[in-house]
Design a binder for this molecule. Structure first.
Ligand SMILES: Nc1nc2c(ncn2[C@@H]2O[C@H](COP(=O)(O)OP(=O)(O)O)[C@@H](O)[C@H]2O)c(=O)[nH]1
Ligand SMILES: [Mg+2]
Length: 273
């Protein structure tokens, strides 16, 4: 993420999203399966009003599936929800059918009024790095099957025909991450949703180590082949040969290794909320 979300940016981003929302029947809200709450901006709910949404918890390939299940049940009370991986392709096939069932009532009403059926129009919405472009690519199969400009759509936005039932706005809706709570900020930084510069890398890695020790101790010890009392940046640095002159451990390098390997899902598959 290369943007700092100052109030000015937020206003502009919000206005753009409001404009885009006018043209769609339904919204595909992307969240991160590792952060079913922290990766989402609650403002979206207000912006949507009565417009239906399908929540997609992306990056499920990196998430702890035992903990994803209860979240799906809980969040499913508010809106339909699927766990997906835009990278691996899991869950993608269910999207069209779920959207159809979400729109079924409205479409019946329209049909009764004699309005000719047209494909459902949807757009992808989410914070930076959540996988919006990956999902659009996955849905389109990488092809740029654009259906051309339609009246009422901002210049530059186009519809992509996904299948006979579904059209997608080619430009995703941007939301900014919300982290009034520093804990939420750390979770977003640890998973790579906000750029590293927001936090000191060593501090962030020390926080993450503590979190992993509390929540996934076996996975952490197993991955780095360390005993419980060695679970610190020095221990990781030693294992990985992060040395500076004088035989001291380069803890910054160890922090960067931990953050990278955690984000790649190598250390443990987690749910942090
Ligand atoms: N492991 C994993 N990585 C993903 C998934 N979806 C997206 N990514 C990665 O997340 C990063 C951001 O994805 P991108 O589609 O550019 O996000 P955008 O900023 O919302 O458009 C990229 O490195 C993607 O490869 C997923 O389902 N699983
Ligand atoms: Mg993108």
């Amino acid at each position: 993420m290369n943007i700092q979300w100052y109030p000015g940016h937020m206003t502009k981003t919000k206005r753009k999203l409001e404009e885009q929302l006018r043209w769609v029947d339904v919204v595909l809200e992307l969240g991160d399966a590792r952060l079913p709450l922290s990766s989402r901006n609650p403002l979206l709910k207000d912006l949507l009003g009565k417009k239906p949404r399908l929540l997609l918890l992306n990056k499920a390939d990196l998430a702890d599936s035992n903990k994803t299940k209860p979240w799906l049940d809980e969040l499913g009370k508010e809106s339909p929800v699927l766990a997906i991986s835009a990278l691996r392709g899991s869950g993608i096939k269910k999207i069209t059918d779920t959207l159809e069932s979400i729109m079924a009532d409205k479409r019946r009403t329209m049909a009764a009024r004699g309005v000719r059926a047209r494909p459902i129009r949807a757009m992808v919405v989410g914070i930076p790095n959540i996988g919006k472009s990956s999902l659009i690519n996955r849905l389109t199969g990488g092809s740029q099957a654009k259906t051309g400009n339609k009246p009422g759509v901002t210049r530059g936005n186009q519809w992509i025909r996904i299948n006979p039932k579904l059209e997608l706005l080619d430009t995703p809706g941007m939301l900014w991450p919300k982290f009034d709570d520093p804990e939420v900020g750390k979770k977003l930084a640890a998973t790579g949703a906000v750029k590293d510069e927001v936090f000191d890398q060593e501090e962030l890695a020390i926080w993450l180590l503590q979190w992993l020790k509390q929540n996934y101790p076996q996975e952490l010890m197993g991955f780095y082949n360390l005993q419980e009392e060695e679970l610190n940046l020095e221990g990781i640095g030693q294992k990985r040969g992060c040395l500076i002159s004088g035989g001291k451990i380069d803890t910054l390098k160890a922090a960067q290794i931990l953050l990278r390997e955690f984000r790649e899902g190598k250390v443990a598959k987690v749910v942090m909320d």
